[in-house]
Design a protein around this ligand. Structure first.
Ligand SMILES: *Cc1c(COP(=O)(O)O)cnc(C)c1O
Length: 366
């Protein structure tokens, strides 16, 4: 049996990273060229690391065209900690409910945490339809009084992605972009807050990028634990306590790759579109052998979730694909089936290989 190859890693997360980034990481583990020390042993209080944080912040601002009204923070605790920190900060003590969309597995987790902190209104839920589609604008009745609107741009498990921005301009938009951050341009300055952990699309686990507009913190409670208080991290420039130096450095390398090798988010989006179209074409031309989970209009460019005609065939598909060197194709434990994740670091040629494998598998088993 073949060993899995990085090139063919379709994992839902942690996701595949670009080959050139992995090469630099390898070198940095031995010694960061300009420092002479291993990245695993460089002080977070060094001037070098302060410059890393600054460059990463600048790169994210450049990639997204973000202005100075936003703070760019690098926090720990994953997206899951943001599920709590956001309502602790923006919802405690509020009388009117925050609005949440329930579009899949991860937004369900987010709204369960928000409920502990204050009133919420579920604006729309796809639960009765097995999270197979996203709502249209006509189905969303926003209130002008909500403290904020929360939604997830890309539901990683089900493979559903909004192709438009939601909400009203007079209610703060808060968006979890964990699985599609920096995969395409996103008009970031129309959100009050965007958060994304690194490990799906832009780096290893351990760091979560938080972009937030200063004014949304004006009514925030002042009795929060220091670590859970956005102000602490703003004041400390994301070095409040020992940050994940390694993870932050790898995310910096990924943003350099996006800027210098890919050439920005428009190019990244064009490439991601090509990858996704190729794989969805394989599904659509399979005479219903490969059955996409998501409604066509809401298909994700990052996560392609699908089923085969039987559990036995799905098992065989996993075995044979892994023997051929592919990995990470099993669907999330909550819904089963298959999922091919096409994050930034995954190449078009890897998707071509998967499409080829799928066509052959169908011929042999269809
Ligand atoms: C994976 C995922 C999460 C969970 O993130 P953790 O960093 O493990 O807490 C949250 N939201 C989305 C959209 C995800 O894909």
């Amino acid at each position: 049996m073949h060993k899995p190859s990085n090139r063919l890693n379709f994992s839902g997360g942690p996701g595949a990273l670009p080959e050139t980034v992995l090469q630099q990481v390898q070198q940095a583990i031995a010694a960061v060229p300009e420092v002479g020390l291993s990245i695993l042993g460089i002080s977070h209080r060094s001037d070098w690391f302060a410059a890393v944080v600054q460059e990463l912040e600048d790169n994210i601002r450049t990639l997204l065209g973000l202005n100075k009204e936003y703070h760019v923070l690098f926090l720990q605790g994953g997206a899951t900690q943001q599920f709590s920190m956001i309502p602790m900060t923006l919802l405690r003590g509020k009388k009117t409910p925050a609005e949440y969309l329930h579009t899949g597995y991860w937004s369900g987790k987010a709204l369960a945490e928000a409920k502990r902190e204050g009133p919420i209104r579920v604006l729309w839920s796809g639960e009765s339809e097995n999270f197979s589609r996203l709502p249209s604008d006509a189905e969303l009745d926003y209130s002008p009084d909500a403290p904020y609107l929360h939604y997830i741009s890309n539901e990683t498990v089900e493979g559903l992605q909004f192709q438009r921005m939601l909400g009203r301009d007079d209610v703060p938009r808060v968006c979890d972009m964990s699985s599609d951050f920096l995969s395409r341009p996103c008009a970031a300055d129309r959100y009050a807050m965007i958060y994304a952990h690194a490990q799906k699309n832009i780096g290893p686990a351990g760091v979560t990028v938080v972009l937030l507009r200063d004014e949304i913190l004006k009514d925030a409670p002042d009795d929060m634990p220091g670590f859970l208080n956005y102000h602490s991290h703003i004041k400390a420039h994301s070095i409040y306590n020992t940050p994940p130096v390694f993870s932050i450095y790898v995310v910096l390398l990924v943003t350099r790759w996006l800027l210098n090798e890919v050439g920005g988010l428009n190019n990244m989006a064009a490439l991601n579109t090509q990858k996704a179209e190729l794989l969805y074409r394989t599904l659509d031309q399979s005479d219903n052998f490969y059955r996409g989970h998501a409604a066509v209009a809401d298909r994700s460019q990052m996560n392609v979730s699908f089923n085969l005609p039987s559990k036995e065939l799905e098992q065989r598909f996993l075995q044979e694909s892994s023997a051929a060197g592919f990995s990470g194709l099993a669907g999330h434990r909550s819904i089963g089936g298959m999922r091919a994740s096409l994050y930034n670091g995954l190449t078009l040629s890897a998707v071509k290989e998967l499409a080829g494998f799928m066509a052959e598998f169908k011929k042999a088993n269809g």
